[in-house]
Write a protein that binds this ligand. Sequence first.
Ligand code: GLU
Length: 487
Amino acid sequence: MSVRVRFAPSPTGPLHIGGARSALFNWLFARHHGGQFIVRIEDTDMERSSRQSEENILAALRWLGIDWDEGIDVGGNNGPYRQTERLDIYRRVAQQLLEQGLAYHCYCSEEKLAADRERLMAKGELPRYLGHCRHLSPEEKAKFEAEGRKPTLRFKVPENRVIAVDDRVRGRVEFESDGIGDFIIMKSDRIPTYNFAVVVDDHDMKISHVIRAEEHLSNTPRQIMLYDALKWEKPTFAHVSLILGKDRSKMSKRHGATSIEQYKSSGYLPEAMVNFLALMGWSPGGEEEVFAVSELQKLFSLDKVSKSPAVFDLDKLNWLNGYYIRNSDLDYITDLAVPYLQRAGYIAEDAGPEDVALARQMVKATRKYLTNLSEVTEHVGIFYDDAVKPVDDKARQVLAQEEVPQVMRLMKQKVYAAGQLEEDVVKGMLKELTKELGFGGKKVYMPLRVALTGKLQGPELYEIIPILGVRRTVARLDAVLDGSILN
Ligand code: GLU
């Protein structure tokens, strides 16, 4: 059987972590099986849906590197892929159910429905529709029509049935049809409800597997009853666990940003995000946590999707992001870091090749300290601020050692002699310096580090010095020699 799966967002806001994970699982599943991945827009809630959200969601998917084979923008043979463009299709199927006696018009007013709900709840029963309009006489119907009431269309839920969902993640889950009242499939404005539209679409689009969030599990018996009534083949269902915060409460803003956009703008890499999302509720087994997307495609299977809640662990995301920042291609990381350096004023807005080359050197020197790219601006100050001062007493003490002037003088000579300061040149220079001075590396490197940056820790000297260049390196060494660094 060919695998066809879909991600079906409602465009009522940005793409959230949970939605992104659903999209990713579907996409990985499709790519693993050489199947198709479809993006369908579920925009029947016209008040809350917007084209802007739709575009944001698609942009976030693209940023993650998720592509689709069919959808509103790429087309396909099973469209349209936006529900508001499919209204005729739903109306036709609804009419069929009505004619077959599997659905009926309901004229109940909101007030009546609310009163029924309250009464049931007071008795401790599940609120549900009690079937009032199931058996209206033609006269009653005519009367309501004459009053101008606009009916909803309700599905006739079969009585006394056990509806089983054979879920690929959760196993067999059973529901009693009697706990489910006749539910609305078309609203009075002739717009389909979610449960109806989703069935029509998944059938029409030949969806083989419905992989979605656990919160939809309770909708599934309704959908299964519709498939059965329409004599349509059901897809396989797989409901993926909720995402909880580290404290085991439902994931919310308290646990970190919830939208993909926010992670993007704070400097998370799509590779890290995808790796992180994939591990929320899925694991190939073993200790390994770093997976390139190609490996994820190879390894992903529904059998390894966990039944227990997934935990959103921001520390893990930060760790993964740092990992990808350190280990990805330097030019790629530089391109992503440049906008942050520009915004902070370190690099010109119209950055030319020289600016980019400088950014590259700075990123190379500092990327091991970053958990996200926006932090790069906190680490590059040492390359710009020529008035270096020791940051604390410890740093000051390093400069008070008696060998310090000797170190500064010899280093100055070597810098002048070298003329140009490439990394390898500087590495060689430092080695020579230590050898010639003969009192051990620590007494050489620490004073140089404080002289050049004011700090005891930071990027490698052989990365700092090429960025500073001859003139600024010498000026900083001089500031130690003439004591002005302490003023
Ligand atoms: N539009 C629904 C949602 O965003 C889709 C649910 C489904 O995948 O069936 O939750």
